[in-house]
Design a protein around this ligand. Structure first.
Ligand code: 6PG
Length: 255
């Protein structure tokens, strides 16, 4: 199993989704400023689902002028295998909520899935894209996103790495096709793997709502010896791992 990076997770709790979303958007701006200052480039891997929308809308609204999008490269941490205009597409979420509203186009925008692509072909294509976008010292070095923007499911999944799914055990490839459980909306997905996620400089988890409370507690509390780690607990950044929560998701962590 991939050893999480050295950054022990820290948590920040906010009264509600609105204040959480504003703080998350500001954290993305701060990560962009640091990356652009030190590396002249800002690379971010976006998450999907419902939670990020208000924060993404702020990135396309109040904070749109605070990031140099012409030096920003947008990737995805995972994607459902649906057309990009499907309401369940993570790409569509990002495009609608902020990418279509930016003052200037991002330097690069890399959707993870094209309609009709076999998932395995899409994953291979994306891995090759990452290899050219992150010319590392050695081919073995995974991509180093400046920021991996993550969500968490009630079951503790992150990206499309679900508990017990073989994709969790992938230690070589950076991008894999995923066949999720039958109860998961859109079973065919593409996902970054733990090696790719854990090589990000910063990981930011945005989590809201009491449906996530148990997963958050299981990740942020000390684990029983015989308790399997949730997928989200296996993801951490090289420099920083920050769990940004509303009170509902934080539960008694908020006290
Ligand atoms: C996806 C996401 C996934 C998401 C969680 C939480 O494609 O579904 O990338 O990892 O972050 O499922 O989703 P909600 O924010 O909708 O609860």
């Amino acid at each position: 199993m991939t050893t999480p990076g050295p950054a022990a997770p820290r948590a920040m709790v906010f009264p509600d989704l609105a204040t959480l979303s504003d703080a998350v958007a500001r954290a993305v701006v701060e990560a962009a400023h640091e990356s652009l200052l030190h590396r002249g480039r800002f690379t971010i891997a976006l998450s999907g689902g419902d939670t990020p929308r208000p924060a993404y809308e702020l990135l396309g609204g109040r904070y749109a002028g605070d990031i140099d999008w012409s030096r920003t490269e947008i990737f995805f941490g995972d994607e459902r295998c649906v057309p990009q205009d499907d309401a369940r597409s993570n790409f569509r979420l990002a495009r609608e909520s902020f990418l279509s509203r930016l003052p200037v186009a991002p330097r690069a925008l890399y959707p993870m899935y094209e309609a009709g692509e076999p998932p395995g072909v899409a994953a291979q294509r994306y891995e090759e894209l990452l290899r050219s976008a992150f010319p590392a010292m050695s081919a073995a070095d995974p991509p180093t996103f400046d920021l991996a923007f993550q969500g968490v499911g009630p079951d503790g999944h992150t990206a499309s790495l679900f508990p017990g799914n073989p994709a969790l055990g992938e230690l070589e490839r950076w991008v894999v096709p995923v066949r999720a459980r039958p109860d998961v909306e859109i079973r065919d997905r593409i996902s970054l793997t733990l090696p790719a996620l854990n090589h990000a400089r910063r990981v930011l988890f945005m989590v809201a709502g009491d449906a996530k409370r148990d997963a958050v507690s299981r990740v942020l509390r000390p684990r029983q010896a015989d308790e399997p780690a949730l997928p989200a607990a296996l993801v951490s950044g090289l420099d920083d791992t920050c769990w940004m929560l509303d009170v509902a998701a934080a539960g008694d962590l908020a006290r």
